[in-house]
Design a protein around this ligand. Sequence first.
Ligand SMILES: C[S@@+](CC[C@H](N)C(=O)[O-])C[C@H]1O[C@@H](n2cnc3c(N)ncnc32)[C@H](O)[C@@H]1O
Length: 220
Amino acid sequence: MTETSAAITKYWDGAAASFDDEPDHGLRADHVRAAWTSLLHGWVPSHSVDVLDVGCGTGSLSLPLAAAGHRMTGVDLSARMIDQARAKFAAAGLEGNFLVGDAAAPPTGDRQYDVVLSRHLVWTLPDPDVALREWAKRLRPGGTLILIEGRWREAGQSDVPYVAGAGALPWNGGVSAADLAAHVRPLVAELRVESLSDDPNLWGGPVTDERYALIAKAIG
Ligand SMILES: C[S@@+](CC[C@H](N)C(=O)[O-])C[C@H]1O[C@@H](n2cnc3c(N)ncnc32)[C@H](O)[C@@H]1O
């Protein structure tokens, strides 16, 4: 593990206990949970499928998908985040497979998935292109890649760095939909972008920065 990756892991281990206090993380309010559940149902098949949630955090999006009957595998660099995800699933009486590991090389062997999902992760990857290529390979033919990302207004304007070395992360502070689409397009059969900036229910209040989902279909 590089020094930057170790610092990132430590940062998220430290954030894990209070991560779900944010409205769009814990999805504790009915209207926020309903907004995310409705979006996910629009992107994921209605029958039970295998879903890989990379950089799953506390399992915020894995949980509603498991509740809808999907078979969830979550991978996160932070063991404390994985602890939280496992505890949430146990409390909800749901099954999920949660693994500590690098999203750029998910420790799931040669398994493939119907859906690979990631929210708010690519900005903190040292080499996002390596991860994107890996995720495309983990999809079954015709599978769906769902990347929920943004370019956050405050990004890069704070004097407080995220972690030492964060300045070298290619997408530190977020990535625009146009830039992300340019990197994903060669890896997939087709893609579309949906803006998520206009629905305050998703975020627990209005937002003014660029937030979106990139939905791509695997080749084959
Ligand atoms: C902003 S949080 C998002 C968590 C979750 N996807 C969500 O939307 O609630 C970023 C997550 O990515 C994880 N992470 C950062 N770098 C990672 C990497 N290289 N591999 C796996 N997880 C990583 C962090 O530990 C953290 O849980």
